[in-house]
Design a protein around this ligand. Structure first.
Ligand code: GUN
Ligand code: ZN
Length: 433
């Protein structure tokens, strides 16, 4: 039976193009009675259920009824070690790091802590329908091993890296330029390109790296250009002022990375809220990705990301939880927060744009768009199946919807892990429906 693959039936959503570039409803492909055929971890056929049933009569049918089958969510910026301190009260960025984050990350000196929290994190991510992510670890190499070992065991496509920081952190949470280079290099050799794993060279942010460390990591990236590079950029005004004091010779915050070779099309810059014109120009020219973390930006009090302006000028943009700075593991909650921030800036993001950001957009930001983030033949079978009437409040609103987008939007705004009916990773159902 298994040899003929599995035929999943339900509503199906995918994207033919970027819904910020073409009218949102034309960019999206929605099949009311749809089906997808998956075989050996890959999507082979997508289309109307009637056609696929006729074409693949021996495939094993999995019928999800009215539920929505989508590419699994992709979280383009998260800190798995901060799982245990999500929703910590009352601090803005620098105080939040010093009060909650750094003490928690110090616990990862113990590999058992790292292994246990990696399991908890992956359980939560998958329960929320997130099948891929780009995560920061801590300064400790075993924290990277714990993350990749857990992802490997679950068959997931993920990216992560050792967080490098050699100043302005507490004793016990500082490496140095040499060890950051050596440890990151050893981790690249061990993990990068193994199974579905990608290494991301990870300077935490320029306030916690000396110029020597940034230089060393720039050199490492030049030696391993197919790795990703992830960091933080222009998240909060006091942070930007601090960067100006620490790097008086730099033209702006981005320049503190750029001058050390830490910019390029495989770079992911988390937050990128308070950007200057030169930074926007350089980011666009370089093809680097900006990662919007809306629940974090409201929770930590950082500011309002300019989604409409940045997309209109051609920037690459992804969407992310940024947990534990972000206040949710759910990409549905994250889409809702992105919508609300859009409204505060005067732009209502279309549900197709929000869904694209949480799937294909974030996959593109991670340079994984040929493998994940969409439903199309040849893509890997990482899927989330969404119940569009998962709570009484959502169900009663959906009952009044006139079209698919109106039926989807209540789940975007009010949905959470209760809306996740099933999750597939690499062609295997890992959260049973
Ligand atoms: N800037 C530097 N480190 C961090 C972090 O862990 N979380 C957030 N939100 N911003 C950061
Ligand atoms: Zn972050």
């Amino acid at each position: 039976m298994d040899d003929f693959g599995k035929l999943l039936l339900g509503q199906v959503i995918g994207f033919a193009s970027d819904p910020f570039d073409t009218p949102a409803t034309e960019a999206a492909r929605h099949e009311r009675r749809g089906a997808i055929l998956i075989h050996k971890g890959v999507i082979h056929d997508v289309g109307p259920a009637d056609r696929l049933r006729a074409a693949h009569p021996q495939a094993q049918v999995v019928n999800y009824g009215n539920a929505l089958i989508s590419a699994g969510f992709v979280d383009a910026h998260v800190h798995y070690p901060q799982t245990g301190i999500i929703a910590s009260w009352g601090k803005q960025l620098i105080d939040w790091l010093n009060t909650y984050t750094f003490p928690e990350e110090m616990r990862f000196a113990d590999p058992d802590v790292a292994a246990q929290i990696a399991q908890t994190y992956f359980d939560l991510a998958l329960a929320n329908g997130t099948t891929s992510m780009c995560s920061f670890a801590t300064i400790h190499p075993p924290s990277v091993n714990a993350f990749f070992e857990a992802a490997l065991a679950r068959g997931m496509r993920v990216a992560a890296g050792k967080t490098c920081m050699d100043r302005n952190g507490p004793e016990g949470l500082r490496d140095d330029a040499r060890s950051a280079y050596d440890d990151s290099k050893a981790l690249i050799e061990r993990w990068h390109g193994k199974a579905r794993l990608t290494y991301a060279i990870t300077p935490r942010f320029s306030p916690t790296s000396t110029p020597e460390q940034l230089q060393a990591l720039g050199a490492l990236w030049a030696e391993h250009p197919d790795c990703l590079m992830q960091t933080h950029l222009s998240e909060q005004i006091p942070e930007i002022e601090w960067v100006r004091e620490l790097f008086p010779e730099a033209r702006d915050y981005l320049d503190t990375y750029e001058r050390f070779g830490l910019i390029g099309e495989r770079a992911l810059f988390g937050h990128a809220i308070h950007l200057e014109a030169r930074e926007r120009d350089r980011l666009r020219e370089s093809g680097a990705a900006l990662v919007h973390c809306p629940t974090s930006n409201t929770f930590i009090g950082s500011g309002l990301f300019d989604m409409a302006g940045l997309k209109a000028e051609g920037q690459v943009v992804g969407l992310a939880t940024d947990t534990g700075g972000g206040s949710s593991f759910s990409m549905l909650r994250t889409m809702a927060a992105a919508y609300e921030i859009g409204q505060l800036r005067g732009t209502a993001l279309h549900p197709a744009q929000l869904w694209w950001l949480a799937t294909a957009g974030s996959a593109r930001a991670m340079h994984m768009q040929d493998h994940i983030g969409n439903i199309a033949p040849g893509m890997e079978a990482d899927l989330v199946v969404i119940d569009l009437a998962s709570t009484p409040a959502i169900a009663q609103r959906v009952a009044r919807a006139d079209d698919f987008w109106e039926a989807l939007f209540p789940t975007i705004m009010m949905g959470d892990d209760r809306a996740v009916r099933a999750v597939w990773v690499n062609g295997r159902e890992v959260v049973p429906g």
